[in-house]
Design a protein around this ligand. Structure first.
Ligand code: MN
Length: 736
């Protein structure tokens, strides 16, 4: 090695990056580990020497940065650091996987191989859904590989500037579709937040920079407010007698933007730009006690909102998150979220999965992660479904949703996604228990199979070996496991019964001196517009297609069947569907620049688009169009997986049309007259009709719902803004 003083400036930069990496490793390194990292670094430096990044800097700075993210932000150990340093070597340089194996052993070689494969999955322009499945399969094999991949992606996102706009958009789409939800699921909140912010910076650069600037401009006022909020708390927190920190934390740009979008209000009217966090340094056995002490201090000083307490200290989330959250009414009647946790909980919240190994056995965290990985494994093992379908069930149940905790009759804990039913529970125990489930008892009472379970329920499944799943069952379940098990059971059932149909059909062919063959079946499958051979045979078994009918339409010729020409039959186009007069009071639409009335379309009920909303049209599988809002929760998925089915849609401005929009209003109830003041503000001042209005108060706090008849989103925004100006109103939100 050259002495540092003789190094070129560039080599010095690389050397410093390496020193920085070593400094981020907090635990003392054993000699063997130190050598491992050194060897990996030296090999990577040599291999990447001729390469530069798009930005012009030496390529080796990238693997060094990725390795640093692995230690500093994810908390991975020496093996992963070595793999991170080597992650691009096999893909981009002449070094072979065998070389890595010879020098570093099978384990690191396997990790590097996994990382190389994940990269090529991405480059191959294949469908997003298939990429995700590849990531998930890697995940169940070695979580560290996916964590390193996330570090790689994070560094690429941070340094996107040098790429073409096209490439930036593509990487951002994949990041928000795959890596952000995965980071969330693995409890890496820091990474998830940064991913979403960086994606937004690419897709919505103006909005991003606007909010960033606004945040900077309002920083002083915000800090003043936070100090005012914290000040009365400190003497009481001091009295607990443990070291602690209390500070305000700004929310992410992405989450602020989301609020601006969904509430349709300007930045100035977003109230929760920050949360206050209390982090205490206490030994394990005092954690709960201290958290609840802090909670009672906060809520004694600032009035809490009823039902806004979230207790993930007693029962952590299944991604490992532990914290106590509450929302209180701070100075000037503003709502403030307060998060209470310990140092250990804070580390888990920031680093998620990796930190949980460090604290393994502290509580039930090992189980929750492992249970989740098991469920991922099970879904992946189920073949026969297409990637998009598998992914749907994932996104619905495994990546985002919150979970509920239920118990078996023996008191064993099971974790299911929120919304899971009694039948889902049966399938979660074992697929055979699901298949043969005849009745379910929840807390000792018989319930329907589709009964939605609640936290703490005790569930008992009654089985009967003669029971079999039916198509209907799909309506009673929400979990991916249950859905795919029912589907494959149905498929199997159709296949079995179809065998009878096949026998009957082949017997008839042989009677006609025809040897059954592929071509014949293919022809008939196409003629009857079926999906598969199985469907054809099953239709025969069910009598939906009779053998008699087949041979009225077809006759043998050579060793195949040909259509019998129809004599004197008039060919008529199919009847157009009875034209229903559309209710145009909801506004007119243009689809791909043409009047939408030429198409058969309807407004999606998942997001209820109204005139003025940004919208798009989606071609459904039965060739009709559904109009969604671009902010619809289903939109990202539709766009990522079915981009070719998306059509442009826009509103044609038509005066006199009206629609109904629902608002949720909360605030401080200081006595009678609240409703009167609110409805006066709406109907008299703004001249907007109110369709319904309901309000409920509780301990000085009210929550109301109002349905307004408005003409467009502009009018709605004006209404929201003027409601927010009323002295007692805290929040106004449009309800989708
Ligand atoms: Mn890389």
């Amino acid at each position: 090695m050259t002495a540092i003083s003789n190094m070129s400036p560039e080599d010095k930069m690389v050397h410093n990056a390496y020193r920085k990496l070593l400094r981020t490793i907090k635990t003392p390194l054993e000699d063997a580990d130190r050598k491992l990292i050194r060897d990996a670094y030296e090999l990577a430096v040599e291999a990447h020497r001729p390469q530069r990044r798009k930005s012009g800097e030496p390529y080796i700075l990238h693997p060094l940065a990725v390795a640093t993210i692995c230690t500093e932000e994810i908390g991975l150990g020496p093996t992963a650091v070595a793999a991170a340093l080597l992650h691009d070597v096999v893909e981009d340089t002449p070094v072979k996987l065998e070389d890595i194996r010879a020098k570093f052993g099978a384990q690191i070689a396997k990790m590097v191989d996994g990382l190389t494969k994940l990269d090529s999955a991405y480059n191959a322009e294949s469908q997003q859904a298939e990429n995700v499945l590849k990531v998930l399969s890697t995940l169940v094999e070695d979580v560290r590989v996916v964590l390193i991949k996330m570090a790689d992606r994070l560094h690429n996102m941070r340094t996107l500037g040098a790429m073409t706009r096209q490439k930036q958009l593509k990487i951002a789409a994949e990041t928000s579709y795959v890596y952000a939800p995965l980071a969330h699921r693995l409890g890496l909140y820091g990474l998830k937040t940064e991913f979403l912010d960086l994606c937004m910076k690419v897709t919505e650069p103006e909005a991003y920079h606007d909010i960033a600037r606004n945040l900077a401009d309002t920083k002083r006022d915000r800090n003043r407010y936070i100090n005012e909020f914290i000040k009365p708390l400190t003497p009481h927190l001091d009295a607990i007698g443990v070291p602690y920190q209390v500070y305000g934390r700004p929310k992410s740009i992405y989450s602020i933007w989301n609020k601006i979008q969904s509430k349709r209000v300007p930045f100035e009217e977003i109230y929760d730009l920050f949360a206050v966090r209390i982090v205490m340094d206490v030994p394990l056995d005092r954690e709960r006690l201290s958290c609840w002490q802090a909670y009672s201090i906060v809520t004694n000083v600032h009035k809490p909102l009823p039902e806004r307490l979230k207790d993930w200290v007693t029962m952590p989330k299944s991604n490992g998150y532990e914290s106590l959250h509450t929302t209180v009414i701070g100075p000037q009647g503003k709502f403030v979220e307060v998060q209470i946790r310990t140092n250990r909980m804070d580390e888990i919240a920031e680093r998620g999965f990796a930190a949980h190994w460090k604290y393994k056995g502290v509580n039930n965290q090992k189980d929750v992660f492992e249970q989740w990985l098991d469920s991922v494994r099970e879904i992946l093992e189920d073949p026969g479904e297409n990637a998009v379908e598998v992914l749907e069930t994932f996104k619905d149940n495994n990546l985002f949703n919150e979970e509920i905790f239920v118990y078996t009759p023996k008191g064993e804990l099971r974790i299911l996604p929120k919304g899971a039913t009694a039948l889902d529970f049966a399938f979660s125990i074992h697929s055979d228990v699901g298949y043969h489930c005849t009745a379910v008892k929840v807390n000792n009472k018989l319930v329907p199979m589709g009964c939605v379970l609640k936290n703490g329920d005790q569930v008992k499944v009654i089985t009967n070996k003669n029971q079999k799943p039916s198509e209907d069952w799909l309506k009673f379940v929400v979990t991916g496991k249950a859905k795919s098990k029912i589907r494959s059971a149905m498929k199997e059932e159709r296949r079995k019964l179809g065998e009878y149909g096949r026998e009957a059909f082949e017997r008839k062919l042989r009677n006609l001196k025809l040897e059954p063959n592929e071509e014949i079946v293919e022809k008939l499958v196409r003629y009857f517009d079926l999906d598969s051979h199985v469907d054809f045979y099953y239709s025969i078994y069910m009598g939906a297609i009779t053998i008699e009918r087949i041979f009225k339409l077809f006759m043998p010729e050579g060793n195949t069947l040909v259509e019998i020409p129809k004599v004197g039959e008039e060919v008529r186009p199919p009847e157009p569907p009875p034209s229903k007069k559309r209710d145009l009071s909801k506004g007119r639409l243009m689809i791909n620049g043409e009047d939408a009335e030429r198409y058969s379309y309807s407004l999606a009920t998942c997001c209820n688009p109204v005139q003025g909303d940004d919208i798009f049209a989606y071609v459904t599988s039965n060739a009709t169009l559904k109009i969604h809002r671009t902010t619809c929760p289903n939109a990202t998925n539709l766009m990522a997986n079915y981009g070719y089915r998306i059509m442009k849609a826009e509103w044609v401005h038509t005066p006199g049309t009206t629609f109904v929009a629902d608002l949720k209003i909360t605030g401080i109830d200081d006595g009678p007259g609240v409703i009167e003041r609110l409805s006066h503000a709406i109907s008299s001042n703004l001249n907007i009709n109110i369709r319904t209005f309901s309000i409920a108060g509780d301990q000085g706090y009210f929550e109301g719902r109002v349905s307004l008849v408005v003409q467009n989103t502009d009018q709605l925004s004006i209404a929201i803004r003027s409601l927010l100006k009323l002295p007692n109103v805290s929040t106004v939100e449009r309800v989708v």
